[in-house]
Ligand binder design. Structure first.
Ligand SMILES: [Mn+2]
Length: 311
């Protein structure tokens, strides 16, 4: 959350508040015990005081406990030991949201973002880190991971991993992931482990997926540490305005006309070797754009799309 993104014509912070209201209403309706956030609650670890204040106002007096994991946007330099400097840590210390490593009460393991998390979650790649070995030795029923997990390959995102390649602990029944804004359908593997990501609550840009997808949450019913019982999960739509009411689609059409001129440039881009990190990719593209004489506004648009894809 934070400033209104380009192309949004509604009151973006108000739209988020409406969604939060709607989630708590759904929570009460379904008599839930707690709410789990998938990380990246704020756009930046360094969110402004006014944004933090507003969030505290929104959460104040809510009677459903909230727990969360940490996303890449929550951490300065993607480093966990900078947590105390992050905006979300204020919510944690004030007991508005509890950041969890393990919640014994709910049987949930939190896998906060760190560089290399996805590789660490992958089967048979290499010996998992010490931290991951500890996670794999745990017996929590649910994993909540801020990791770039998907069911289909995301070819521009180097840290993307597929559901089928993820190693879980013997008693893990469900892996919930954040990070990939588009989300993916509830997916049960042959070994019975379920993977789900309902998608982000915010729609910051006009990527195609944001024009068609539902804003939704996952409702999960289970017994913590019940190794033999079933776990049930479904996605439930959150009340949200339709895309045509939150995005300036006419302005987007104007932009599209301009973008036709960039198609040949994009063709060239396809031949670029994709680098390991988004920073390298950005500098490669910027360099390339300079050589191709690309308009700065279009370059910014491309970079912001990449950024949104990545996070
Ligand atoms: Mn993220």
């Amino acid at each position: 959350m934070g400033a209104s993104p380009i192309n949004r014509i509604d009151d973006y912070p108000q739209a988020i508040l409406n969604k939060i209201d709607s989630i708590f209403e759904l929570g009460a309706e379904h008599n839930i015990d707690f709410i789990l956030f998938g990380g990246d609650m704020f756009e930046s670890y360094n969110a402004s005081t006014s944004v933090i204040r507003r969030t505290l106002e929104w959460f104040k007096g809510r009677d459903i406990p909230m727990i969360s994991i940490l996303g890449n946007h929550d951490l300065h330099g993607h480093t966990l030991n900078t947590f105390h400097r992050s905006a979300v840590s204020i919510l944690d210390v004030a007991d508005f949201v509890e950041i969890i490593d393990v919640s014994e009460k709910y049987g949930v393991r939190g896998l906060h973002y760190y560089t290399g998390l996805e590789e660490d979650m992958t089967k048979g790649n290499k010996t998992p880190s010490e931290k991951m070995q500890e996670v794999l030795a745990g017996d929590e029923t649910i994993w909540a991971a801020h990791a770039m997990i998907s069911t289909e390959e995301l070819k521009f995102i180097s840290r993307n991993i597929l559901v089928e390649n993820i190693q879980v602990a013997p008693h893990t029944k469900l892996v919930l992931s954040g990070d990939y804004h588009a989300g993916f359908p509830i997916t049960k593997r042959d070994d019975g482990v379920i993977f789900a990501n309902p998608g982000s609550l915010s729609r910051r840009n006009v990527a195609k997926e944001n024009l068609i997808r539902d804003v939704q949450v996952a409702l999960v019913e289970y017994e913590p540490y019940d190794f033999d019982g079933d776990i049930e999960i479904e996605y439930i739509k959150v009340k949200a305005q339709p895309a045509e009411e939150v995005f300036d689609l006419a302005a987007i059409q104007d932009k599209k006309d301009v973008k036709v001129g960039t198609l040949s440039y994009i063709e060239k881009l396809k031949n670029l070797e994709m680098s390991d990190t988004i920073d390298d990719l950005e500098s490669e593209i910027s360099k390339f754009a300079g050589e191709a004489g690309l308009d700065n506004e279009i370059l910014d648009e491309i970079l912001s799309r990449l950024y949104d894809l990545q996070t």
